[in-house]
Design a protein around this ligand. Sequence first.
Ligand code: NIG
Ligand code: FE
Length: 408
Amino acid sequence: MKIIGPFEQLLSMENMPLRGPIKDEECVVLENAGVLIEHGRVVRVGTFDRLLRDYPTARVEWIEEAAVAVPGLVDAHTHLCFAGSRAMDYCMRMAGKSYQEIAKAGGGILSSVRFTRAASGQELAEGISRRLHFLNTIGVTTCEIKSGYALDKEGELKMLRAIKAVQRRTAAHVVPTFLGAHTCPPEFQDKKAYLQFLIEEVLPVVKEEGLSGRVDIFVEDIAFSVEEARFYLQQAAAKGFHITVHADQFTPGGARLAVELKAQSADHLEASAQEDIAALAASDTVAVVLPGASLGLGIPFAPTRRLLDAGCIVAVASDWNPGSAPMGDLLVQTALLGIYEKLSSAELWAAITYRAAHALGLGQEVGRLQAGFWCDLAVFPTNDHREIWYAQGRMKPWGVWARGERLV
Ligand code: NIG
Ligand code: FE
């Protein structure tokens, strides 16, 4: 057994609500706290002195400075397995070209596809490790990572195997998602034929090799229609995959499909209308907003305040990818979303901890500091948790633990 502490403040998130608005007073803040752990999991959270007294034989990992501990952060939507750069796309967007125009001209996702197909599995794994390490330094201990930049059988499997290789050598929790349906590759004229190929040729191997338990699709006119996605996702669900949807980024439709199919999450939602919000609120599908994609495209944020007020389960993720969201700094992005969308500090923490964990089906494993959960911690150099948002993401943790082990 080991005790980590003392922390001037510890945000346990225990018993905080799964959906809807949260007032700052509802945020559970323990003072002079510590965490007792065994085999990487939390046994008890409580007053540090009390833990010392009750468990005198436990080893103590002393925190010498003023520190605020929060549950390790959960980034529930990333595309950080890729090769190459899209700096050129970014400059074109700054000069006024739209994301869709660049995509239709053969840039966009397909340009990352060319780079990623040419990369070796090892090169991809190195890129994933480097980016995951950066996320670890900002406190992320659970990270979803999608395939979707190869769009052929061997390349998509290469991506998932690279993700798996990184997963094996990190204490962080890595959740791979199959996004073969990111867009239609040039080899296929017919989108339906491409989806049929994924269903028949690729999904069975993904399943057999245990490479991913989740399937995602980009629902948008530059990718797949609602009807195409419905067919594909139903087939994936029938094979036992959990589903998630890139929904309502530019046009609505995807979020309502996600609700209809009981998806784990509907992600993006920049273009969601009130009826889409109402549908999400009446479901268990998590609304994952991606401020990094708004910042990378120069478009408005998803209507996060309205999603919360309607009663949705709202998570925030980085969407880190080479195209629309190149920054990858979940803390900066969440802080900026908070001030523009008028979110409470408690709503921001919930969105990148236990609510995000719920989007990945890990709501009983990570995202809260309570008995039975993994001991994942992000520890910030301050004595007041409000200072963290006040610094707008500039304050980084000085220590990060995953499964009870120091990661950073
Ligand atoms: O979530 N919108 C679709 N997919 C990614 C972007 C992919 C890319 O531009 O490379 C997203 O924003
Ligand atoms: Fe995305």
